[in-house]
Design a protein around this ligand. Sequence first.
Ligand code: SAM
Ligand code: SF4
Length: 334
Amino acid sequence: MASESGKNRGFDRGKGHDAQAFHVIDYLRISITDRCNFRCAYCMPRAGVGYRPHDEILSYEEIIRFTRATARLGITRVRITGGEPLVRRQCPELVAKLAAIPGIEDLSLTTNGALLTEHAEALRDAGLSRLNISIDSLNPDRFSRITRGATLAPVLAGLEMALELGFAPVKVNAVMIPGIEDELEQFVALARENPVHVRFIEFMPIGCHQEDVRNFISRQRILEGLSRFGDLMPVDSPVGGGPARYFRFDGARGTIGFISSMSDHFCENCNRLRLTADGKLRNCLFSDDEVDIRPYINGDSMELAKVIIDSMNSKKFDRTGEKPLARTMSQIGG
Ligand code: SAM
Ligand code: SF4
């Protein structure tokens, strides 16, 4: 049960686990739309995915009601994601309402950056302080190939604006797919010259359509490639904790991080729940188990709390998935 401080330190690990070991589940990822203006090869099929009709997508009111309920049960950190969150109208209004929920101490957003120059100021004014921008390549041609047609320049302009507006930390996510080894120098320069935390993410076989991504690249391979630019010293996470491990080159303003979900399972320390845009509550990225939470959001608040607690309690901490999943990453939110 949730303690008086709101921390859910008492949640059991679930069937088959040592009942003495408890986990704090304090992080919620909310996908606010399944729509996206990119078609990244590692995330969705070339033809795109069938979008859910608008009436199947949670309203902002429903998202807020759900988040309030989770905050009462110990969630303190919320990340807004998509699809691409900035394609949904009035995202800053949602940010302002989420930021005002008692108990939510940390609010962040993950974006592909294409629409960031339009929205960055309103997002900051609404109370957003942390931004993750996904930039898989700093080379315009490779960027366009990976995203199947998007343009790099507006994304870099969005990154620049985010830094100018004082977002901190600003993290840049780059999925490690073939070709990235040839760009390490540019990513290192980005993290040396700017207060930017570049995170290399191992490709995860989520969704079954990644026909263009075949070769797995591990953290070890990238670390070896980075060693020619100097010594990388391990450092603490720049706010936010989470599964990433960070390093810094001497004198650099930013850091280099790794999210190695394949070569270095971090399920043991997983602290998160996910809400999909169509109102499904998921307690593991690698499992298709989900609860249709929408009827509960619109029903009795005690029942809603009970379903959330059940989801927390049935969370598994040893990955059982590792098989193609029913949803693509764009439908889960990363
Ligand atoms: N559209 C936004 C963006 O791209 O930042 C937010 C949603 S996207 C699904 C969230 C994160 O998931 C991005 O950083 C993206 O690179 C990552 N991602 C998507 N598919 C992935 C995969 N198969 N393996 C690893 N990371 C993936
Ligand atoms: Fe869209 Fe983000 Fe998936 Fe790329 S990674 S297709 S930007 S949801």
